[in-house]
Design a protein around this ligand. Structure first.
Ligand code: ASP
Ligand code: MG
Length: 422
């Protein structure tokens, strides 16, 4: 049987009419190489943002179910138009909504999770020698049969889930950047395009602000061993491969610096007794609020109260304070709607001591105060003032020699980076 390939095109790759035609050409090229092609498309350009804005022009609190009906239209437009372009190129294509493609989800509107990909109509289409286009970012609730969406950036997850269901072992993600970089090139112009990354590194990067791939997509890819090739839709250069750690040839100590902006909540005067943290985070979980960093210290003396700080996505701040206020577990809730977070990620950190010390002293030497710290075996994150984020990214990138220049000096091919030791 012919090899099946899943190609996903992001919003900027289908924005203007010529972009849609360019995507169609790439899809047709793959078909002409004898592959069975499924393409997952995002909404064109800023369409999803515009649709969100339209909803808020009508209502202060748009119903989540109707929000999904509205937002899911963007991806359908892209697919129908791309199918037309493919027909004009002499090939047979069919576009499907997420629901028609059999993407079955739970019923949490605007952030649904995929439960199952039935994919009968995708297979039928491929069997009939057609190119199949699937609207990204959406599915249908198995319980309510309502249309759902998968959260911003969800087309990535659609593509990976379809690749898994079809038994494809590679998913190509076409975007407006050349791949995954050692830092945001808008902040660090000398950032390096990473030839490959492990799933774990990519997971940490997606969760700490690298905007290239939706976190859930990476989780899904890791769980189903789907390699991801993240690359530009505007040229033919290879991008970044995300794959299992044992397939990556090298284990640099630090791979990349990422950054993000979040909101912080501090609960002061908490009673120091069992069950308090459980109630706080239980309430947040029930409200579907994802908590990122959490810091709590044991009060220094008996009878003293504890303070607890955590960060959440800025858009979840309102929901977080809404559910915490009635709990009455402490004296006050303080919020900071915008804090910065800078993180360094690298699988080699596991076996290299001294990385944290170097990050902290680099920030210190540059007069950047660290407000919160959290770590995983392969990531160190620091919350700092939002305004200092660009500087922090630059100095850390420099301190660990992550740039393209550092690599070129030792290896003109740029493919192998030096092992930086502490
Ligand atoms: N169109 C949706 C968004 O802008 C989904 C996606 O592009 O992946 O978030
Ligand atoms: Mg996207």
């Amino acid at each position: 049987m012919a090899e099946t390939i899943v190609m996903k095109f992001g919003g900027t790759s289908v924005a203007a009419p010529e972009d849609i035609k360019r995507a169609a050409r790439r899809i047709v090229d793959a078909r002409e190489l004898g592959k069975q092609v499924v393409a997952v498309l995002s909404a064109r350009g800023k369409t999803t943002d515009d649709l969100v804005a339209q909803a808020f022009e009508i209502s202060e609190r748009p119903l989540a179910r109707e929000m999904d009906m509205l937002l899911s239209t963007g991806e359908r437009i892209s697919c129908a138009l791309c199918a037309m372009a493919i027909h004009d190129m002499g090939h047979n294509a069919i576009s499907l909504t997420g629901s028609q493609a059999g993407i079955v989800t739970d019923s949490s509107h605007t952030r649904a999770r995929i439960i199952e990909v039935r994919g009968d109509r995708i297979r039928e289409g491929l069997g009939a020698d057609r190119i199949v286009l699937v609207a990204g970012f959406q599915g249908v609730s198995g319980d309510s049969r309502d249309v759902t969406t998968l959260g911003r950036g969800g087309s990535d997850t659609t593509a990976i889930a379809i690749a898994a269901a079809l038994g494809a072992d590679l998913c190509e993600i076409y975007t407006d950047v050349a791949g995954v970089f050692s830092a945001d090139p808008r902040i660090v112009p000398g950032a390096r395009k990473l030839p490959h990354l492990s799933f774990d590194e990519m997971l940490e990067m997606s969760s700490s602000g690298a905007g290239v791939l939706q976190l859930r997509a990476v989780e899904y890819a890791r769980n189903h061993a789907i390699r991801i090739h993240c690359r530009s839709s505007f040229d033919d250069h290879p991008g970044t491969l995300v794959l299992a750690e044992d397939e990556t040839m090298e284990r640099p100590m630090v791979t990349a610096v990422t950054h993000a902006y979040e909101a912080r909540v501090t609960l002061t005067g908490l009673r120091d007794e069992p069950g308090v943290a459980g109630r706080v985070f239980g309430a947040l979980a029930d409200a579907n609020v994802n908590v990122d960093m959490i810091i709590q210290n044991e009060p220094v003396s008996v009878d003293q109260k504890a303070d607890l700080s955590f960060t959440v996505a800025s858009e979840d701040l309102g929901a977080a304070t809404d559910v915490l206020a009635p709990l009455e577990v402490g004296e006050a809730i303080e919020t900071d709607p915008r804090v910065g977070k800078v993180s360094i990620v690298g699988a080699g950190m596991r076996s290299h001591p001294g990385v944290a010390a170097r990050v902290f002293s680099t920030l210190g030497e540059n007069q950047i105060n660290i407000e919160m710290i959290s770590t995983s075996p392969i990531k160190i994150s620091c919350v700092i003032a939002a305004g200092q984020v660009p500087d922090a990214v630059r100095v850390i990138h420099e301190a660990f020699d992550l740039g393209a220049e550092a690599v070129r000096e030792e290896d003109p091919s740029g493919e192998h980076r030096p092992r930086v030791t502490s």
